[in-house]
Design a protein around this ligand. Structure first.
Ligand SMILES: NC(=O)c1ccc[n+]([C@@H]2O[C@H](COP(=O)([O-])OP(=O)(O)OC[C@H]3O[C@@H](n4cnc5c(N)ncnc54)[C@H](OP(=O)(O)O)[C@@H]3O)[C@@H](O)[C@H]2O)c1
Length: 339
């Protein structure tokens, strides 16, 4: 198996996480990194890549023969232009979430499919075996999922960060955090049809105007619904999920980043999995179903990407992109509902 050479565009926080993931991957490696500043690219490559190349500007990255795939790790306003340039140069693209809107995501996906290359968004949790195991177990745990509630918060108040700058991240905490809530709805609730009811509200930072907290409700034509509460303002981390079915409830308190083995957490004493509650039962009777993964989900993501890039069919590529479009469509509906 040939290892897939990745070029990373951007030298910020999540670029570093994926550079580390590439160093642990079986089928992919960091070949090069680009920055708008050559010295920053060099420092990043020295820190993460060992012998990875460092170049100034993404066009220089795309000129390299050792770059077969590009990971786009820049603010949302800059993602589409870079991804389209990479696709036009025949490179597979892993583009971090969120997107400007569904039309922007669709342009990138359509261009990738027309060029016969892979487009994937960089949502980590969907690659944890727990996500697949839970979906497969729904029929025998909660029967029919009817509603999903999620809360995702992390403590964050740096007003100079892109998250609080609407010129860089136009939807702020909605795109950054509710992306995961809405992706969980796509993965676990799998609603049929367009939203019928959408309500949402947002709190903005008084200095930057960036969205720092948001709450929303979506009702679907099939009678299912989802609510979410996300933001940076609670001074704690929360990753709570309640998936409510017709024969019980599934609960996780780490649905985005498992406590056991994800990029911010390594807790050998904690297990990845989910709780199933059923009937008139107390906590003592709740059943914990472990779904362990020796490999962190972000490493599984880059290896899955490399597999699909190497051997995926056009149908596989379409299947990989479908949840991106579904999630971004929900995000657009939520954003449009915010006063
Ligand atoms: N999937 C996940 O788990 C995950 C986690 C965190 C963030 N994200 C998403 O990833 C994106 C980046 O987040 P981050 O926290 O890594 O941000 P960050 O730390 O600010 O890094 C972004 C990098 O992009 C480059 N950049 C900045 N402005 C640019 C522009 N206008 N054009 C081109 N490049 C530019 C910069 O690198 P140079 O200065 O070297 O060019 C910068 O270091 C966000 O949309 C965020 O929502 C995803």
């Amino acid at each position: 198996m040939t290892s897939l050479g990745f070029g990373i565009v951007g030298t910020g926080f999540i670029a570093g996480v994926i550079a580390e993931a590439l160093s642990q991957a079986q089928g992919a490696h960091l070949a090069a990194v680009s920055s708008r500043d050559g010295a920053r690219a060099r420092a990043f490559a020295d820190h993460h890549g060992g012998n990875a190349a460092a170049v100034e500007g993404h066009q220089a990255l795309l000129a390299r023969d050792d770059v077969a795939a590009v990971y786009v790790a820049v603010p949302t306003v800059a993602k589409e232009e870079i991804a389209l340039a990479a696709i036009a140069a025949g490179r597979h693209v892993l583009v971090d979430k969120p997107f400007l809107n569904e039309a922007s995501a669709r342009r990138m996906i359509d261009a990738a499919h027309a060029a016969g290359v892979l487009f994937m968004d960089a949502t980590h949790f969907t690659h944890h075996p727990r996500t697949h195991a839970l979906r497969a177990a729904l029929a025998t745990t909660i029967a029919t999922p009817r509603s999903l509630h999620t809360a995702f918060y992390f403590p964050f108040s740096d007003k100079t960060n892109i998250r609080l700058n609407p010129d860089q991240e136009p939807t702020g905490a909605v795109g950054d955090m509710a992306w995961y809530s809405l992706r969980a709805a796509v993965e676990y609730l799998a609603p049929q049809g367009a939203p019928q009811t959408v309500q949402a509200l947002a709190e903005r930072d008084p200095d930057t105007g960036g969205v720092v907290r948001a709450t929303g409700l979506i009702g679907f034509a099939d009678g299912t619904s989802t609510t979410f509460d996300v933001g940076y303002t609670a001074d704690t981390l929360a990753m709570d999920l309640h998936l409510i079915g017709t024969t019980g409830i599934v609960i996780m308190d780490d649905f985005v980043l498992d406590w056991a083995n994800s990029f911010p957490f390594k807790n050998t004493g904690l297990k990845a999995g989910y709780v199933h509650r059923h009937g008139m039962a107390s906590h003592a009777d709740a059943r914990f179903i472990e779904v362990a993964s020796d490999t962190p989900q972000q490493v599984l993501m880059v290896d899955r990407f490399a597999d699909l890039a190497r051997t995926g069919s056009a149908d596989d590529r379409a299947r990989a992109a479908a949840p991106t479009l579904a999630t971004q469509a929900l995000l657009d509906a939520v954003w449009a509902a915010i006063p």
